[in-house]
Write a new protein. Structure first.
Length: 275
């Protein structure tokens, strides 16, 4: 099959906006990018032209396309995905790479396929570090917008008793399930196709999505967090930090800290009440 690689040049903090256009307007399953451009892929079929027209109109700037064969792009990103240490003990290891762990290392084996969540993005790393600092053992964790399943799987490796992972994208849910199996986490990590986890209260809720999505579901995220429990949100570009903090504070959460990596932030907040 042939695919179109779609690229939009960005500067400054534009990445989030144009990435959202790639997924929401053009219908790309995901996106990748760096400080100068965002990229997504669409199959070359009868819908491509309409998707590109809509994207160009919404973007109001040049959108370039390049045609590639499936094998080219399906494997091209793999060269950038190497085992990496995140925080003190977490190792994210691509399933096709060798890695010799040191004592105390917690190895999450991943094949993210088309799903987001390799650990290559700063927001994933910010969430993983927050989980490493706050999972002390025995918690139930909700991973909302799980992508590859990376955060839920890591939470259980860090000592959480159970993690429920949700995603609205069926492809992500399938890939998360494969990664759960790959890490022998069946029964302790569950992936469901949904926006929110089933009703219940979680000691830790983590959501690495986009600021507007987080704000739109903030009330439900708070309801899913046990009184006294923690909410970790990321996917937030630095310029949106105050909006998200204000939204969480308005719902009675206490913002405990804001961690940053590059232009991205993760916000840690506590729901009032005792554990
Ligand atoms: C930025 S990725 C994060 C993946 C992974 N959790 C990580 O930290 O690397 C966001 C994920 O949220 C999912 N998503 C977007 N909107 C959502 C919603 N309203 N409810 C649940 N998942 C959503 C997307 O399909 C995508 O897989």
């Amino acid at each position: 099959m042939r695919w179109a690689e779609i690229e939009i040049a960005v500067v400054g903090d534009e990445q989030e906006h144009y990435a959202a256009l790639l997924t929401e307007i053009a219908g790309c399953q995901g996106w990748s990018g760096d400080s100068s451009a965002v990229r997504g892929y669409l199959p070359v079929d009868e819908r491509l032209e309409g998707s590109l027209l809509a994207l160009r109109e919404a973007a109001g700037r040049e959108v370039t396309i390049r045609f590639v064969q499936e094998e080219d792009w399906a494997n091209a990103w793999k060269q950038y995905f190497k085992p990496q240490r995140i925080g003190e003990h977490i190792i994210i290891k691509p399933s096709w790479e060798e890695f010799a762990p040191e004592p105390g290392d917690l190895v999450v084996e991943m094949d993210p396929g088309m799903a987001f969540g390799t650990g290559l993005h700063a927001t994933t790393r910010l969430c993983l570090r927050a989980l490493e600092s706050h999972v002390t053992g025995g918690e139930t964790v909700a991973d909302v917008g799980t992508g590859s399943g990376i955060l839920g799987i890591a939470a259980v490796l860090l000592g959480a008793q159970k993690a429920i992972c949700t995603d609205i994208d069926p492809l992500a849910v399938r890939i998360a399930r494969e990664n759960i199996e790959r890490n022998q986490m069946e029964g302790r990590v569950e992936a469901v196709e949904a926006t929110l986890p089933p009703p219940g209260e979680f000691e830790i809720v983590v959501a690495n999505i986009l600021p507007d999505v987080i704000l739109g579901m903030a009330e439900e995220l708070v309801a899913a967090t046990k009184p006294g429990g923690l909410l970790i949100v990321s996917g937030i570009i630095e310029s949106r930090t105050d909006d998200v903090k204000a939204g969480l504070s308005a719902l009675g959460l206490t913002v405990l800290s804001v961690a940053t990596e590059g232009e991205w932030v993760a916000i840690l907040a506590r729901r009032q009440g005792g554990l």
